[in-house]
Design a protein. Structure first.
Length: 368
């Protein structure tokens, strides 16, 4: 049985946390023993308590930090004396250093975002350090794999294992109609939704401008902005006087709002592999997204959605109009979105691909 340690330093349930939750739900319990290291007071703790066949250890000085020398010491004490095959970290430099010091098996690290390469000579030093501290870097999309190479990671160390998600529970047509009706959404209105934190990188201002242009050209629809963040008040000012733009604020469970959405939208400047797109695909909802990062890997123009350039509100408005007006095109995109999800992007497929990688790198390590 292979002994795997998963390390997540975030205290919130972000991309790495959701990745971890999918992994512990679906891993092969006959072939893998799993220990999870999380910070003290992590929001993941209650979610992991109900998962069978895993060990959860809370690590001090770890919360929301990539590096803390006290955390390195604490994790090294955990690793020492254990027969570990894989230490899989998610942005934790402390864990990689501790694993190297304890000689704790193969060190794997997943990159969940796209980072700027940085400037010389800092970028070169950082690249050398990252290559020394990790055996395999897992990219969650082809764009992230290229980004890792641009940041100085050796190509032979990079493996792509695409994100996968659990399917969002689908409402019946009766339930969906009732939820839309409750929110004043008319039958002839198309609902466009953005599910993202309200921060500059997500480009909400261009979504709002596109919504205004869509309505000015006679389009009928509602525009949901789901989430919270530092730009809430600024964006509300931009949307003032347009009742069709609705701010929901933070919503703990977005399943109902996603179910009443007709078109998922990403207006981001940067994306690694969007979980929001994958969740929409699981419901057969098409996406209009910016042509950045991992988005083109998921959104195939004229097949399951449309791509626009970042900050091009006019182009996004035209995409809104096409989705709203062309019912045959919309239906085709919806069907293809669901098919692509089931074929490539379920949580089970992600975990199976990850476990295959574990076995390959562990076997390769044992032969050295």
């Amino acid at each position: 049985m292979m002994n795997v340690y998963q390390v997540v330093s975030d205290t919130n349930v972000g991309g790495a946390g959701r990745y971890l939750l999918n992994y512990v739900k679906h891993f092969n319990r006959e072939h893998f023993k799993v220990t999870v290291l999380i910070p003290e007071n992590s929001m993941l703790k209650p979610l992991l308590n109900d998962v069978a066949d895993i060990t959860v250890i809370e690590v001090p000085f770890m919360a929301d930090k990539s590096y803390d020398k006290r955390c390195v010491k604490a994790m090294q004490e955990i690793f020492n004396g254990e027969k570990i095959d894989i230490v899989h970290t998610h942005a934790s430099l402390s864990a990689r250093i501790a694993a190297r010091r304890a000689r704790a098996g193969v060190v794997v690290s997943t990159r969940h975002c796209i980072e700027p390469p940085g400037r010389f000579p800092t970028s070169v030093v950082k690249g050398i350090l990252n290559n020394l501290l990790c055996d395999v870097y897992v990219a969650v999309s082809d764009a992230v794999a290229q980004n890792l190479a641009d940041c100085g990671i050796k190509r032979e160390k990079i493996q792509t294992v695409c994100n996968g998600v659990e399917p969002v529970t689908k409402l019946s047509e009766t339930e969906r109609y009732a939820e839309r009706n409750k929110r004043g959404i008319l039958e002839d209105e198309t609902v466009f939704g953005v599910f993202a934190r309200l921060e500059e990188v997500k480009g909400h201002q261009y979504f709002i401008e596109a919504a205004k242009q869509f309505l000015k050209k006679g389009g009928r629809g509602k525009f949901l902005i789901v989430g919270d963040g530092s730009l809430m008040e600024e964006l509300k000012k931009q949307a003032a006087g347009v009742p069709e733009i609705i701010f929901t604020g933070y919503v703990p469970d977005t399943a109902t709002l996603l179910n009443i959405t007709d078109v998922n939208v990403l207006s981001s400047r940067s994306e690694a592999m969007s979980l929001a797109i994958l969740e929409a695909m699981s419901l057969g909802i098409p996406t209009i997204a910016t042509n950045v990062g991992g988005n083109p890997q998921l959104v195939k123009p004229k097949e399951n959605g449309l791509l626009t350039e970042f900050s091009d509100s006019g182009g996004m408005a035209e995409a809104f109009l096409k989705m709203a007006a062309n019912k045959a095109f919309y239906k085709q995109c919806a069907e293809h979105a669901g098919e692509l999800y089931r074929r490539q992007y379920t949580a089970e497929i992600m975990v199976k691909n990850l476990e295959k990688l574990y076995e390959e790198v562990a076997n390769e390590s044992s032969r050295k």
